[in-house]
Structure formats: C-alpha cells, structure tokens
Design a protein around this ligand. Structure first.
Ligand SMILES: Cc1cc2nc3c(=O)[nH]c(=O)nc-3n(C[C@H](O)[C@H](O)[C@H](O)COP(=O)(O)O)c2cc1C
Length: 328
C-alpha cells in the first residue's frame, strides 16, 4: 500500500493534497470533509491586508481606495464582512477540529502596520502562514526592481513577526522568477506556491463596461506551474507547492514528478465537491502501486529540469523546436 505522507516546510503531512485557499476553506465543515477525504493540509481563505487596515476605519472606504490597484481583491471578499477578529476565530476552530496542519493565508501587496497581525494568527494556532502577494502593477513609473524589493520587505516583516513557517504564493509574471524566489527565501520564506491565479477583467458588450467573473481553472492551465516547478526544483532552498489547474490524480502526479512537495486544489473541488479529493488520492495510490513506488520520495522531482535527460525541454529550445516543426 502506497504511503502518501510528505513534508512541507517542516510540517508532516499525511498526503500531498492540500485544500487551496478558497471559498471552500471558509467553513470548518469543508475543512473536516477535506481531512476525511485525504487532504494533507488545508489553507484557509485569505484575510486581506485591506481588511486588517480597515478594521479601525470603514471597510467600504478601504475597498474603494484599493479597487483600482487591486480589482480582483473585491471579487474574493465574501458578501458578509468578515474582519480580522472573525478570521482568528476561524483559525482557532480549524485547529480544534483538525489533526492535519492548518495554514492561514494573508493576501497583501504592500508592507504596512497590518504586518504584525501575522503574530495574532500564529497565536490563534495556525501551523503556517501562506502570504499571497497579489498586486496588479500598472504604474509605468515603478520598476520591477522596486516591486520585488517591496515584496521582499513584506516577507521579511512577516518573518520577523512570527516563528511559524511562511510560504509565499506568487504570480507567474516576473522577469526572473528564480531570482525573485531566492530573494524571498533569503527574506524568510520556506515554501513557494506556484502560482496564484489572476482573475482577468472582461468587457461586457451589452453594458459597455468592464466586468469581472470568477471563472474556475481548466487542466490546461497546469502546464505553467509544471514548467516552473520543474525549473525551480533544486534551485531554491524552499519546498514547492503547485497551484492552478490540478484537477485529477494525473495532474497531481505530474507536479510531484516535476518537484512539488504538495499540490493545492481549489477549482476541481468547487466543481466536484470536497469528497472528490478522495478520488484524486486513490488515483495517486493506484499509480504508485502499479509502478511499484511505496513512498512519494521515490519519484518526487525525478522529472525536474535538473534530473531529466533533456533539460532544454523546460526552456527556449523546446519552443524553437516546436515552432519550427509546424508546417501547415
Ligand atoms: C472561489 C475561489 C476563491 C479563492 N479565494 C482565494 C483566497 O482567498 N486566497 C488565495 O490565495 N487564493 C484564493 N483562490 C485561488 C486558489 O487558491 C488557487 O490558487 C487558484 O484557484 C488556482 O488553483 P485551482 O486551479 O486549483 O483553482 C480562490 C479560488 C477560488 C476558485
């Protein structure tokens, strides 16, 4: 019988399948169901820096101020106004209800007085903290270097405030992702989550106005994290978590082969229900049994760029080859 246990940021997990931060990880019943169907850990829905900062003022004002620079933040806010106090209660309830690690999530884009709030989350019992660096940088006067320094400052600030391990959830939009990842690790990150999924605004032709919808991911989107996990495995001193487009056991196994320690799932569980995690776990076990693997460590990272016979498959060479082979 295959052993699915793994280690992520020093935490022992019974399985590499993680319920991603989402509307599902808002309710303790869903967290319990995830544990019951094979989750190795859960990431709670995010608390936004805007929510913490607005706790003393009015949330509406803060949302209005932020909506231009971070429009997607609005779509993640639950209709009821959950503040920092309720968030701590969620962390406590999750800790009391579960045996698997509870990872809290902070969604932020700039350092601020909210940073110290991470300590409260630690005090409420979170085993780890996921920091979702989510910003839409549209100011031509601000360079990529400045933005990256700001991200490093956020992580260093949180690292100084807490002892629990910190994972950083990143967007794929960096000129040099390995460089940024290493900077964040130097600032204290022990895990890198690849990737956050940006929600892109659409345009309504009826209303002649932008409008945003919360679309679920498709399995094709998993190729982007797959490439970068394959490239970063062994190149950053952090545990890698895959996020985006993992919808089944095959998708999870590919990320593990590329070098992921854990695989986060949101859309597939929103679509199929939390018990679907059990189907994914059973599929991983079945594949491992068929291939004669008794532990994940036997194959984790064996298809990362450093391990494969053709490292060019992860880089430009593959693109050049594929484009030149097209002869329609
Ligand atoms: C309904 C919903 C709510 C989400 N809320 C959050 C959130 O609060 N914080 C966060 O970091 N990610 C959030 N996400 C993003 C997921 O954690 C995940 O990164 C993304 O959906 C890609 O993974 P998937 O393809 O498995 O859905 C949310 C996703 C969904 C579908």
């Amino acid at each position: 019988m295959a052993d699915l246990s793994t280690e992520f940021m020093g935490l022992r997990l019974p399985s590499p399948l993680v319920l991603a931060s989402s509307a599902l990880s808002n309710r303790v019943e869903n967290l319990e169901a995830a544990e019951g169907h094979g989750a190795g850990a859960v990431v709670l829905r995010s608390l936004f820096e805007e929510q913490i900062e607005a706790a003393g003022t009015r949330l509406d004002e803060a949302l209005a101020r932020q909506s231009e620079s971070n429009p997607e933040a609005r779509t993640y806010f639950p209709p009821q106004r959950v503040g920092p106090h309720e968030y701590l209660a969620l962390v406590q309830k999750a800790r009391a209800a579960l045996r698997i690690p509870v990872i809290a999530s902070l969604n932020c884009c700039a350092p601020g007085s909210w940073t110290g709030y991470a300590r409260e989350i630690e005090g409420a019992g979170a085993h780890a903290l996921e920091v979702n660096l989510y910003s839409v940088e549209a100011d031509p006067a601000i360079s990529g270097d400045e933005i990256e320094k700001r991200y490093v400052e956020i992580v260093a600030g949180i690292h100084a405030a807490v002892k629990i391990p910190i994972a950083v959830k990143l967007s794929p939009y960096f000129t040099s992702l390995p460089h940024v990842a290493n900077q964040l690790v130097a600032a204290g990150a022990r895990g890198i989550v690849l990737f956050n999924r940006f929600l892109q605004p659409d345009i309504s032709l009826e209303r002649l106005a932008p409008h945003s919808v919360m679309n679920l991911s498709s399995p094709a989107e998993a190729l982007l994290p797959l490439r970068w996990i394959g490239l970063l495995h062994g190149r950053v001193k952090a545990d890698l978590a895959a996020s985006t487009g993992v919808h089944d056991a095959a998708g999870a196994l590919k990320q593990l082969l590329a070098g992921a320690r854990v695989v986060q799932i949101a859309s597939a569980l929103v679509r199929n229900g939390v018990p679907y995690l059990g189907t994914v776990a059973a599929g991983i076990e079945e594949w491992m049994d068929r291939r004669g693997h008794s532990t994940l460590a036997e194959f984790q990272g064996t298809l990362s760029q450093r391990e494969v016979a053709d490292p060019g498959a992860f880089e430009r060479a593959q693109y050049v080859h594929l484009i030149l082979a097209q002869n329609i």
